[in-house]
Write a protein that binds this ligand. Structure first.
Ligand code: C2O
Ligand code: CU
Length: 456
């Protein structure tokens, strides 16, 4: 970092111009830049060409941003693409003006222009950032990266690893991203699924570890539509946070983990395997388990297996919504292929280029789905009357699922609702502004599954 203190020599040199330059430098340190640009990355196996992507700072995933809890994040977003773009900071309880939703919270940043993001991070945890202008295409082309907010005290782990799970739809010969983003099949069915699945921008992510090492793993699903079903092999441990938010008690991982698009799971795991292969495996469409992340075990950590981890420190403002006082809302999810929407209605929907409706409307429109007063408790019933699962995401505020007998599920920002299922979520509308509520299967969001609420 440059030191802006005037030296004796600069004072003696004393020219007006240099004194002015010094003042300017002192008043404003240069902003840190995050650039969206084209880049070539080796996503596919060796022997295949590199893939042309759109990426932050030319890296896939984008640079890992790490900020201490309570600190400010300042980034000048510079758009070097030839299309307009903007950045959304997924899961952050953020100042609305910084939420990055083109057309709702800001104008999209035109090619060659920039936008200064500047906000505080109230909550520790695993988050991510991604394009929120034509996100179905821009995220699929590579515009996403991890955003890690660190707890004030370091955890008792040997390593902290971010694992960003993704898939890409590539031409099998050229390894280039399939440029057809308006496939009716993707839009009306399960969304755009990739044919190459990987982690941290590579198809075969390997992690070198030691036996008995304790790792914190931050799993982030950055895929457009893929739901990852995962199991641990040769490592065992606990879930400690979901969608960034700490669980009140660590949950031993007994079964499969389900990670819907945009969701995160924080794990603390111990490497148990000896010589044998350890991995995080993924259930494929062929009902077979495939290695998603391979662990290569070399050597042994100095400490043998430890006691179970304690819970992560809670984040602020985690009050439970008062269900008895809460405003009740209902949002029907309808449309799509093989659904129960009447033929005539479906046809007119498709004439407008849409396939789905949320609360009877396709797309964000001019008016909010609901106007809420600041501090109001809300319960929102989501009725999935379609033949597909959807990953419903609310911007700006975390919510809890309302379980039977009025119990609450963990805090989340994205909830997977299965075909034909009805779920209720509840939250306190404590963050003023205009907040999107949409499906994070990004083709669905583009084809109608996007609404917004206003908190004032
Ligand atoms: Cu992860 Cu509306 O976004
Ligand atoms: Cu959906």
């Amino acid at each position: 970092m440059q030191n802006f203190k005037p030296t004796r020599r600069s004072i003696l040199a004393g020219a007006g111009a240099s004194a002015l330059a010094w003042r300017a430098g002192f008043a404003q340190t240069a902003p840190v830049v995050l650039t969206a640009q084209r880049a070539s990355v080796q996503i596919a196996p060796k022997g295949y060409p590199q893939t042309e992507v759109w990426a932050y700072d030319g890296a896939l995933p984008g640079p890992q941003l790490r900020v201490p809890q309570g600190a400010r994040l300042r980034r000048r977003f510079v758009n070097k693409l030839d299309v307009a773009s903007s950045i959304h900071w997924h899961g952050i309880r953020i100042d609305n003006a910084m939420d990055g939703v083109a057309g709702l919270t800001q104008d999209a940043v035109p090619p060659g222009n920039s936008f200064d993001y500047d906000f505080t991070l109230p909550d520790a945890g695993s988050y991510w950032y991604h394009a929120h202008t034509n996100s179905m295409e821009q995220v699929a082309r590579g515009l996403s990266g991890p955003l890690i907010v660190e707890e004030p005290e370091a955890l008792d782990v040997d390593r902290d690893e971010v694992l960003m799970l993704d898939d890409w739809l590539l031409n099998p010969e050229t390894a280039q991203i399939d440029p057809d983003f308006s496939q009716p099949m993707d839009l009306s069915h399960g969304g755009r699924l990739g044919n190459l699945i990987g982690t941290n921008g590579r198809f075969n992510h390997r992690l070198a570890v030691k036996r008995h090492e304790r790792l914190r793993l931050r799993l982030i699903n950055a895929a457009n539509a893929r739901i990852f079903v995962l199991r641990l092999v040769g490592v065992s441990g606990w879930q400690v946070a979901l969608d960034g938010m700490p669980l009140p008690t660590p949950q031993p991982v007994a079964q499969e983990l389900i990670l819907a698009p945009a969701q995160r799971i924080d794990l603390i795991v111990d490497v148990m395997a000896e010589g044998a292969q350890a991995a995080i495996e993924r259930l494929g469409n062929d009902d077979q388990w495939h290695a998603q992340i391979g662990f290569e075990i070399a050597g042994q950590a100095s400490r043998a297996r430890r006691d179970p981890p304690s819970a992560l420190p809670p984040n602020p403002r985690m009050d439970l919504p008062d269900l008895a006082q809460a405003r009740q809302l209902e949002m029907k999810i309808e449309g799509g292929a093989m659904g129960r929407m009447a033929m005539g209605q479906m046809r007119s929907l498709m004439q407008s280029g849409k396939f789905w409706t949320l609360g009877g409307q396709a797309g964000p429109g001019e008016a909010p789905f609901a106007r809420l007063s600041r501090g109001e408790p809300v319960r929102l019933r989501l009725l999935n009357d379609t033949a597909f699962p959807h990953a419903m995401h609310l911007h700006g505020m975390h919510f809890r699922e309302v379980l039977p007998e009025g119990r609450f599920g963990p805090m989340r920002d994205t909830i997977l609702t299965m075909a034909g299922q009805s779920q209720e979520i509840a939250f306190i509308a404590d963050n003023p502004g205009k907040w999107l509520l949409h499906c994070h299967m990004l083709a669905h969001a583009a084809a109608g599954m996007t609404r917004w609420i206003e908190v004032a």
